[in-house]
Structures are given as structure tokens and as C-alpha cells.
Design a protein around this ligand. Structure first.
Ligand code: SF4
Length: 153
């Protein structure tokens, strides 16, 4: 559930805006007040980018919530540190460990077409099937010993 969905749900129930992230930001704000920490009023562009990336990662798309989080981060160093730490913990995007073409895969079952076939492993494919020379990332790929790149039967 996104932050905005949580907010809307809580607004409907109790008219209280409080989400896990906002709650943590509020706690961080309380700490800042007690500690009398100097408050910045702006985020560096790279900080805003990182925080926006974290919000996107947790599927927060509600513009008001995003603006609120950014404003809190700009005004509160502890909130900023919390959000930047969350942003640092975003796992890196999955990088394909190789690219493959179905035409060189042992699981490719060619049909009566010069380029099309189907996957014997049940990998997702279009209704028409898989194009043998399209590069794709596929965990099920297994090099066919008798098929080289761009080879045709
Ligand atoms: S296992 Fe992957 S690469 Fe091999 S035919 Fe199926 S979809 Fe293509």
C-alpha cells in the first residue's frame, strides 16, 4: 500500500494524516526540536533526487505527500537523514547477467515460421510466440550446444 493510500485510508477513518514514513519523520522532527539542531531550508538536488527515488521505490505517488516529505526533509536534518538512509537502502536494479536469444536456447521450440517459436519452459511470450533473434534476459536460458548466435536450423 502506498503512503498516499494509507493517508487516504486514515483520513477516511479518523481524519488523521499519519503514515509510517510520516510518523518516523515526525519522530525525527521531535528529536530535532529537543536537540536544537540547526535547520536547513533547502535540499541539495542530489538529496531531493534520492528522496524522490525512495518515494517512488515505495510506490508513493501522491503529490501532496511527496511535497510534504520533501518539505520536512528540507526543514529537518533528522528527517532528511532518515529519508536519505532509506534511499541508500534501495536495492540496485536487477542487471541482466547475460542477454540471450531464444533462437540459441535449448528450450526454444521453433514453429512453422522462419523466426517464431515457443518456450518449453513456459516463460512469458506474446500470443504469436517468441522471435528467435530478439535479445532478452531470461533466467531459464540454456545455451543449446548445437546453436550459435543467429543460427538457423
Ligand atoms: S527459456 Fe528463455 S531464452 Fe529459452 S526459449 Fe524460453 S524464453 Fe527463450
Amino acid at each position: 500500500m502506498t503512503l498516499s493510500a494509507l493517508i487516504q485510508k486514515r483520513e477516511n477513518a479518523t481524519a488523521t494524516v499519519a503514515t509510517p514514513a510520516a510518523h518516523n519523520l515526525n519522530k525525527a522532527g521531535a528529536v530535532a526540536k529537543v536537540a536544537s539542531v540547526a535547520v536547513a531550508t533547502q535540499l541539495f538536488p542530489e538529496e531531493e533526487t534520492a528522496i524522490r527515488a525512495w518515494l517512488a521505490h515505495i510506490e508513493e505517488t501522491y503529490p501532496v505527500t511527496i511535497a510534504d516529505v520533501l518539505a520536512k526533509c528540507a526543514a529537518n536534518p533528522d528527517a532528511r537523514a532518515y529519508c536519505l538512509e532509506q534511499a541508500r537502502q534501495i536495492p540496485p536494479p536487477l542487471e541482466p547477467d547475460y542477454t540471450a536469444t531464444c533462437g540459441t536456447c535449448t528450450h526454444f521450440q521453433r514453429i512453422d515460421h522462419p523466426n517464431l517459436g515457443h518456450c518449453a519452459q513456459g516463460e512469458p511470450e506474446a500470443i504469436a510466440g517468441l522471435w528467435d533473434t530478439d535479445r532478452r534476459w531470461c533466467r531459464s536460458f540454456k545455451q543449446a550446444p548445437d546453436k550459435q548466435e543467429d543460427s538457423r536450423p
